[in-house]
Ligand binder design. Sequence first.
Ligand SMILES: [Zn+2]
Ligand SMILES: [Zn+2]
Length: 179
Amino acid sequence: MSDVPHLFHSLEHDEPFKTCLTCEQDFCDISDPYTVTKVYKGPECVFEYAMCLPCRRSMVETFSEESRKNMQNFFDKNPHIEERSERIGESQNHTDWMQDCATCRTPLSEIQDYSIACMGFGSDMVYDPFPMMVCHNCEQKIQSRLSKPTRDQWDKFILDHFDGPPSEVLKPDGVPVLV
Ligand SMILES: [Zn+2]
Ligand SMILES: [Zn+2]
């Protein structure tokens, strides 16, 4: 483990994420890990949040069963996830984990829009399979496998939690792959 790198700090607050978006508990006070998700449009981060694992689980449970299965399969049945784990599993340098799309292996240098996510525990970063970068193309593939109720549920989640968002935090155009 190592400290959560600056890339995964909150852009809005210019410091590491400290609390869960949903339950607002301090990450140092809970015994669960959490994920930090950021969505990039070109060089600009347009959306970010951090959420503890129990809240993440509760949110995903509101998605339809079919959507959940499709999202899970997208990662579980993808050979690149295991391959990259064997290739860079020992590395604790976050850039090694994000040099190419985790699900199609397109190099970051050839990608314009993408999402990244990492897993943290307290102030530490936990490796394998996170941190991860997924390109917009792959995200679009997953969107097409999500049901309308699931997409509606996500929109509601955004409305509930990003009421009057700061200008740099814009609503993404779909459920992030790395919720
Ligand atoms: Zn929480
Ligand atoms: Zn991809």
